[in-house]
Design a binder for this molecule. Structure first.
Ligand code: HEC
Ligand code: HEC
Ligand code: HEC
Ligand code: HEC
Ligand code: HEC
Length: 457
């Protein structure tokens, strides 16, 4: 005991204070061929011809193809916000992050096409996350930063899937239990900073620590159904397929209605709004029976994450924000208090929001240059099945009578208008503010404090 304490005091603790990689560049290359991503091809050299065109799959899996084609993941390389941020990240790091970003936004581009930021300037078609990616992931090397093992097999022509009894006249099939579990999604839905390991995006870990994990409710159970709350989707997954009680659909709806709108797909945008509306409830709690003219009032609001199997919101931390727009109006519709308005393209100072704030090595806020992230400054997002209570204090004017209306709206946007304007230029993309839920109540105003004020109902 005393010996180890002595050693500690003598500076042998250096490795704990300053973690460092002991591997040589050569060793890193061997273990991580697509460093700094963790993607692997099991040592094989891949070419684009090893992957089939999703159009071929469409021949028999038409419905799944159409769902997938509209999804955010199908567009993960075309996404204009991604492109612009990637270009900047690449330029700022002399291309050192290229493999990293491409690993998740185009696994085929990474492993078989040497795709990088310069690929945007060519006519080459770089695929997003498509059928051939997900149905050829044979295993994982970890649970973040693109830790998938991608192994296409044109000679054996096997597609990995969730069924033990699938038979196809075109390809062989093989059951892979990994595909039915959240772990499968972890490779891409956990992002750590490639060089300093700051946990930037942690959707899988958030789920891992939730009651959904305990109950065996996986990502697929919420994101591979036709919509929130719709569990069963009977049918066939292929023209010659067997009738099944549930077919896993491939819209992969999340919250990004703005991107669907950009791609001119109002139906998918509406699905995303539905998803968001299923995620939260909001209520006033511990309300006073009345407000008193000329005195300060405090109002509490409780927001619960009832539908998301991870934090609310989750994902892309520079942007994703849920916030309360709270207004207090008199009977004459005169506004006496507001918090949560959008001013100059962002939520105003003091807004009660649910968001991650990232910081750089000096503790300054990072809202765009994600490669500079070194720490998490704050995280006010709501845990899965958890809730948050916020409060507002304002002055009730002397000269009013009648009722006061409390009006709260819970909003979501995938990124602020300011951030988009900064990235793409003003007027290029209008951010869709989604109203997730709202709460309204009237309270009487009395001239004096009254212990026996009329209870509201
Ligand atoms: C000629 C028709 C046809 C084509 C083309 C086709 N499939 Fe299939 N596929 C089927 C049938 C039939 C099944 C079995 C469905 C069932 O049993 O429910 C199937 C099943 C699957 C499964 C599920 C396997 C499992 O274990 O559950 C996957 C994954 C799959 N196909 C992927 C693909 C991909 C990717 C492509 C394109 C490269 C493709 N298929 C092209 C007919 C086809
Ligand atoms: C992001 C990864 C991903 C992409 C992209 C993807 N799939 Fe899947 N697919 C899955 C997963 C995961 C399952 C199994 C879900 C489960 O059982 O929990 C699945 C299931 C299937 C099934 C079986 C469905 C059933 O219920 O029997 C077929 C067939 C299939 N996919 C074909 C395709 C085709 C064709 C494409 C492209 C048009 C495609 N997939 C794109 C991940 C993906
Ligand atoms: C190969 C990497 C990869 C895998 C595997 C993967 N994803 Fe994704 N996913 C992405 C990327 C990249 C995006 C973001 C694309 C963008 O916004 O440009 C994304 C986006 C999404 C979105 C849309 C979010 C939104 O903002 O609307 C959902 C939902 C989603 N994925 C669910 C899943 C689920 C469920 C699984 C597992 C069955 C899965 N993903 C597996 C890479 C992956
Ligand atoms: C209990 C259902 C449920 C489970 C389980 C679940 N999700 Fe979600 N997910 C939702 C809902 C509802 C939303 C919309 C609200 C939000 O954005 O958080 C969502 C949103 C998302 C988004 C978009 C977030 C954003 O705002 O950009 C991604 C990405 C995502 N989920 C991925 C996953 C992954 C990966 C898993 C598994 C590790 C998973 N989800 C598990 C219900 C679920
Ligand atoms: C480990 C996988 C992974 C890596 C590495 C990764 N991303 Fe992503 N990225 C995702 C996922 C998953 C999402 C979707 C999360 C969500 O919907 O909130 C996403 C979303 C985004 C978005 C938001 C897009 C939108 O339209 O809302 C941008 C921008 C983005 N990524 C840029 C980058 C850049 C630039 C890099 C490299 C510095 C990078 N990503 C590296 C997985 C990854």
């Amino acid at each position: 005991m005393s010996v180890s304490l002595f050693a500690f005091a003598n500076g042998n603790n250096e490795k704990w204070l300053k973690p460092h990689k002991t591997l040589t560049e050569e060793q890193i290359k061997q273990q991580l061929p697509f460093y700094p991503s963790r993607a692997s091809t099991n040592g094989h050299k891949l070419t684009p011809e090893m992957f089939e065109d999703p159009k071929i799959c469409q021949g028999c899996h038409n419905e799944i193809y159409q769902q997938w084609e509209r999804s955010v993941m199908a567009n993960s390389w075309e996404d204009p916000i991604y492109r612009e941020l990637f270009k900047r990240a690449s330029a700022a790091t002399d291309g050192k992050v290229d493999n990293f970003c491409v690993a998740c936004h185009s696994p085929i581009g990474l492993t078989s096409m040497n795709a990088n930021a310069a690929s945007f300037d060519t006519d080459e078609h770089i695929p997003g996350v498509n059928c051939e990616v997900c149905h050829h992931i044979v295993g994982l090397t970890g649970s973040d930063n693109g830790a998938y093992i991608l192994a296409p097999n044109k000679d054996k022509h096997v597609k990995l899937g969730p069924r033990t009894d699938a038979e196809s006249p075109y390809h062989n099939t093989q059951f892979l239990s990994l595909q039915t579990k959240s772990e499968f999604c972890s490779a891409c839905h956990n992002v750590s900073h490639p060089f300093n390991s700051t946990p930037i995006e942690r959707t899988y870990d958030e789920w891992l620590e939730s009651t959904y994990n305990e109950q065996g409710i996986h990502c697929q159970d919420c994101h591979m159904t036709p919509g929130p709350g719709k569990k069963a989707n009977p049918g066939k997954s292929a023209v010659m397929g067997k009738p099944r009680e549930h077919i896993y659909s491939h819209e992969f709806t999340g919250g990004n209605s703005t991107l669907h709108q950009y791609f001119d797909d109002p139906d998918s945008a509406e699905l995303a709004r539905e998803m968001l509306r299923s995620a939260a409830t909001m209520e006033f709690i511990e309300l006073p029976a009345n407000l008193v003219a000329g005195e300060m009032a405090t109002i509490k609001i409780k927001v619960s994450n009832v539908g998301a199997g991870h934090k609310l919101p989750t994902g892309f931390p520079e942007g994703r924000e849920v916030w309360i727009d709270f207004k207090v109006n008199t009977a004459d519709k005169e506004q006496i208090y507001r918090s949560g308005a959008v001013v100059d393209g962002h939520t105003e100072e003091g807004t009660r929001n649910f968001k991650v704030t990232l910081g750089d090595a000096n503790g300054n806020v990072v809202d765009l240059n994600v490669w500079e992230v070194d720490r998490i400054l704050s995280d006010t997002r709501i845990l899965p099945n958890g809730y948050s209570v916020v409060d507002y204090t304002f002055m009730v004017p002397e000269d009013i009578s009648g009722n006061i209306t409390l009006d709260a709206t819970l909003n979501y946007w995938p990124f602020s208008q300011k951030l988009v304007d900064e990235l793409l230029g003003e007027g290029k993309l209008k951010v869709d503010i989604v109203n997730m839920t709202s709460a309204q109540i009237k309270l009487p105003v009395t001239k004096e404090k009254s212990a026996k004020a009329i209870a509201m109902k």
